[in-house]
Design a binder for this molecule. Sequence first.
Ligand SMILES: NC(=O)c1ccc[n+]([C@@H]2O[C@H](COP(=O)([O-])OP(=O)(O)OC[C@H]3O[C@@H](n4cnc5c(N)ncnc54)[C@H](OP(=O)(O)O)[C@@H]3O)[C@@H](O)[C@H]2O)c1
Length: 285
Amino acid sequence: MAKQLNKSILITGCSTGIGAALVAEFLRQGFLVFGSIRDKKMEVPLKKKYGVNFVPLVFDVTNYSQISKAYKKVKLTLKGANLGILINNAGIAKLGPVEHISSEEFDLHLKTMVLGTFNCVQIFLPLLGAKNKCSPGKVINISSGGGSIGQPFMASYCSSKHALEGFSESLRRELLIYGIKVIIVAPRAFKTEIWDKSNIDGRAVDFKKTVYNQAFNKFTNFIKGLSEQGQDVQVLAQIIYKISSLKNPKVKYSMGPSGVQFYLIRALPKKLIDKILGKYFLLVR
Ligand SMILES: NC(=O)c1ccc[n+]([C@@H]2O[C@H](COP(=O)([O-])OP(=O)(O)OC[C@H]3O[C@@H](n4cnc5c(N)ncnc54)[C@H](OP(=O)(O)O)[C@@H]3O)[C@@H](O)[C@H]2O)c1
């Protein structure tokens, strides 16, 4: 049985990457940690790995009824206490030109990162202090550099992260009524399994016979390079812990390598960036 601790957090997408690092960090900081996974077979091994203060929840963020079941488990475990923090971290990233990706794949990105976040926020709101206003919780939504910049071949991902940021802004203003804070964290290039899961090399084969062949190869090499140089997720988890403990956090935090490039991309006129990216990724000659 998990002990009842006065600090609690729920993190979605904890099987690997940033979610797994967040679980380890918040356990180290003395939290009761609820972590979502999709594969039921991971429940027991993770419980063994993390111990008594880790409570695995099995749900897909796109499945409202699975999350509602998990809500009951969280409520029971908290025994009347509020949930301190909800981190919406679950995500996917598959690359491809709009002309050739399937509508199902595009939809899956939106469902995972936008609808999934909506589902979790709506279901867990009562535990975050929407019922008991004495100790309002925090919602942290994991966006990306792709939440403010549209990269070629990442339309599904960037659309979802832009939408997630819009959703977060509306939510932040609505939840003023309860004093629940909503924070966007936008990491850039951390070493995780996200690109392995997206079968990046297989995608290059899929688009080999299209007009995008060269450009897509150049872009996938760029992404692989970013991922190889990516920072350790432990560092990110520590920063997110610090952000979560601030009394007056900013509305958005961007972090990770290539800060100067990202700053320049935001500061320069968009048409100039089109030219630079177009040339660099062989989309214009
Ligand atoms: N890595 C980076 O450099 C980077 C940069 C910017 C933003 N991010 C964001 O950080 C978040 C975590 O990514 P990561 O890099 O740690 O990748 P990751 O290692 O692939 O982790 C993604 C997690 O999300 C879960 N997930 C995917 N779809 C789900 C669904 N429908 N329902 C529930 N869980 C689902 C995965 O579970 P399964 O194991 O079951 O697939 C996994 O636990 C994502 O939102 C991503 O966009 C990452």
